[in-house]
Design a protein around this ligand. Structure first.
Ligand SMILES: Nc1ncnc2c1ncn2[C@@H]1O[C@H](COP(=O)(O)OP(=O)(O)O)[C@@H](O)[C@H]1O
Ligand SMILES: [Mg+2]
Length: 317
């Protein structure tokens, strides 16, 4: 079975820059996939090819089985796209923008109006719908943009850095909207530079670097690629450190590290909560008093570092 979004060996070069360099993807229908990568990784180029805005030099891609270069109009009817720049017209009101997008997606005038009102309500734009969009905040604009891309009820939605530049509250609001779209069974591909965003929204995360997929998995799987987590135990007094070290050593695989000054014992662990329960019990039985007992899982930042040998760049486009 092929997925809703499939890319096979996509190549796109700009002079010497290989923006896509053998890019592969397979997104099952109804799932959310995050393309995660630093600035310049090739995320937007991939989105442009998949949404028929750009022809690849090589490779092929399909949306719901339809080839993006051979049958671009059919593909366009199945997708909604929001780009890094919002596409709303500043001079029009929110409502007028939505009606215009409705007609652009070939809805009859009346149907476009009805659908626009539905989306205004759904995206909580009622209060601002008669204001020109040039007065909108960044968060409002993104919401309107997202509403616009849903006018024709597309089964496949592309969101290119939907929350870049938004304040934390608007970002959370947008996350909620995206999750809702996912619950409706749409296939969603979003790109992001935010590890936290991929972690929150996506079923599958694909790490992109220099035009290629460098890793793929659930957020949890990617985190374990970076080498599991670590167990951190802080004890109440120094005389308990040795006992703690012995107990931890007996249960976990790696050697614990003891920091006498911080009264802390740290050990690498795989994600096995049963073992952790065992450690906790043994410590209690041995009369060790704990100040802190934490399992720390690696962040996707650390995964990125582990897989690309490069810290995730914090650039803004
Ligand atoms: N129209 C273009 N002309 C020249 N180079 C481009 C163009 N679009 C993208 N690039 C280059 O291709 C690479 C990938 O860009 P892009 O897909 O926008 O990355 P991302 O969206 O991950 O930040 C970058 O090196 C970028 O400078
Ligand atoms: Mg981009």
């Amino acid at each position: 079975m092929t997925g809703a979004i499939v890319a096979d060996g996509l190549v796109k070069t700009y002079g010497k820059v290989r923006a896509l360099d053998g890019f592969d993807l397979d997104v099952p229908e109804g799932s959310v996939l995050a393309l995660l990568g630093p600035n310049g990784a090739g995320k937007s180029t991939a989105v442009r090819v998949l949404t028929t805005l750009l022809r690849p030099d090589a490779g092929r891609a399909t949306i719901m089985g339809v080839d993006v270069t051979r049958d671009a109009p059919a593909v366009r009817r199945m997708i909604g796209v929001t780009g890094q720049q919002t596409s709303v017209d500043d001079q029009l009101t929110g409502r007028e923008n939505l009606q215009m997008f409705g007609r652009l997606s070939r809805l009859p005038r009346k149907a476009a109006k009805v659908r626009a009102e539905e989306l205004i309500e759904r995206f909580a734009l009622t209060d601002v719908a008669s204001r020109r969009t040039r007065t909108y905040s960044g968060g409002l604009r993104r919401r309107l943009d997202l509403a616009a891309c849903l006018l024709s009820r597309p089964p496949v939605v592309f969101l290119d850095e939907p929350t870049t530049g938004l304040d934390p509250r608007s970002r959370l609001g947008l996350w909620e909207t995206v999750s809702e779209l996912a619950r409706e069974g749409r296939t969603i591909l979003l790109t992001t530079q935010y590890l936290e965003e991929a972690d929150n929204l996506a079923d599958t995360v694909v790490l992109v670097d220099q035009g290629r997929v460098v890793a793929k998995g659930t957020p949890g799987e990617l985190k374990s690629l970076a080498g599991g987590g670590s167990l951190e135990i802080v004890v109440a007094s120094a005389d308990m450190l040795e006992k703690t070290e012995r107990i931890v050593e007996a249960v976990v695989k790696g050697a614990p590290v003891v920091n006498v000054r911080a009264l802390r014992v740290t050990a690498p662990v795989t994600d096995d909560t049963e073992l952790l329960g065992e450690v906790l019990q043994s410590l209690g039985a041995a009369g060790v008093r704990l100040e802190d007992f934490t399992l720390r899982r690696p962040t996707l930042d650390e995964v990125f570092l582990a897989l690309t040998g490069e810290p995730e760049k914090d650039g803004v486009r």
